[in-house]
Design a binder for this molecule. Structure first.
Ligand SMILES: Cc1ncc(COP(=O)(O)O)c(C=O)c1O
Length: 371
């Protein structure tokens, strides 16, 4: 069994992906070919944003957003400590200080109730993450941001396709950033990402920044970098976009089935009524995770932990002097979360096998503890 079965998706889309890739190879427009613009228009339309600026990865999307807002040394950016390293990493890479706010224990997203007290005179932006595919409480976050005149950057690397109160993730704040890493809900065949905005000026700066700060050929008006999405990846994404809505429906059905099979046995994902998750991950919480994971592995069931160590406790952030206990909800989550196989091509029998194996693993862990 695969954790995410990209091969099954390829078998389905082989013809259209091959046709599109062949076209790129025949045209030899590997950098900024017409497919890049076609993809940007399609993605902007899907999200309902004025602008989509594609780029080389989700990490670059965050970097582009932060650079475009002019954030740098002496500045602070508020974010979640329970995320992939890139979120805090890009804040620190541009010389700013990541300021963490603990998460809500049910959604794993930045807790807006704790947000305001983290704002200081140095705060320059708020960067919530849509973990596992579910948007953070964007209205509450945006209203704190508006009060302090701060831009919000949504780290929507895991939530392309999700909705919040009927609005699309990536279009819920000043800038939305997503990732097309292969295992993401909309993934390419390498690295890729995109920023979305409704602000013409921010869009223009992001377009320049991802291409060495150029406003015309070999005329550089700002510092930038090589952060372009390549044409081959755009071609793959255009093919995958055709089936994306159907895949989202399948992911959602699989998540519902998992939850009905496992709800009694384990803490299953909690999705707010006003949210629709893109189900980048289906993540449960289990006691004695290492044992449960080992037992599943022995039964041929792959699992993953997103993420075993919160960002504030990573060695790279030792300089922030945030000890254990600083963000207890994130720390507890990092000890208990376990992601199960989740992809749109999962069969009913695989789903049932995972659910049964997890129930058995939990029973044996509990009986071991009782001995
Ligand atoms: C929350 C979050 N932010 C940022 C990233 C970075 O995206 P990429 O791997 O495309 O650089 C990821 C990727 O896993 C992510 O999950």
């Amino acid at each position: 069994m695969e954790f995410i079965d990209l091969k099954a998706q390829y078998r389905r889309l082989e013809k259209s992906i091959q046709t599109r890739l062949n076209k790129v190879m025949q045209s030899a427009q590997f950098i900024m070919g017409p497919e890049v613009e076609e993809l940007e228009s399609a993605l902007a339309a899907r999200v309902g944003a004025q602008h989509c600026i594609s780029c080389a990865s989700g990490t670059d999307a965050l970097l582009l957003a932060l650079m475009t807002l002019g954030i740098g040394s002496e500045d602070e950016v508020i974010t979640s400590p329970f995320t992939f390293i890139a979120t805090g990493e890009m804040i620190a890479l541009i010389g700013a200080k990541p300021v963490f706010v603990d998460i809500d224990s049910r959604t794993y997203n930045l807790d807006p109730k704790l947000l305001e007290r983290a704002v200081t005179s140095r705060t320059r932006a708020i960067m919530p993450v849509a973990l596992y595919g579910q948007c953070a409480e964007m209205d509450a976050i945006n209203s704190v941001a508006a009060k302090h005149k701060l831009p919000v950057i949504e780290d929507a690397a895991q939530s392309f396709g999700a909705t919040y109160k009927g609005r699309q993730s990536c279009n819920l704040s000043a800038i939305g950033c997503t990732s097309f890493f292969p295992s993401k809900p909309l993934g390419c065949y390498g690295d890729g990402g995109a920023c979305f905005t409704n602000d013409d000026q921010l869009a223009a700066i992001m377009r320049q920044t991802r291409n060495h700060g150029q406003d015309g050929r070999y005329h550089h008006v700002r510092l930038g970098f090589n952060g372009r999405l390549d044409t081959m990846q755009a071609a793959v994404l255009l093919a995958k976009l055709e089936v994306f809505d159907e895949e989202l429906r399948c992911r959602n059905e699989i998540a519902q089935r998992y939850s009905s099979m496992l709800g009694e046995a384990v803490c299953v994902p909690y999705i707010e009524n006003h949210n629709q998750s893109a189900w980048a991950q289906y993540t449960v919480r289990v006691p004695n995770r290492a044992e449960v994971q080992r037992s599943l592995h022995e039964g041929g069931i792959p699992t993953a932990v997103h993420y075993p160590k919160p960002v504030h406790l990573q060695p790279v952030f030792a300089n922030l002097r945030l000890s254990e206990g600083s963000f207890p909800i994130s720390e507890k989550a990092s000890e208990e979360v376990l992601s199960l196989p989740m992809h749109p091509y999962m069969s009913q029998s695989d789903l049932a096998n995972v659910a049964n194996a997890l129930r058995n693993a939990l029973n044996s862990v509990v009986s071991l503890e009782l001995r």
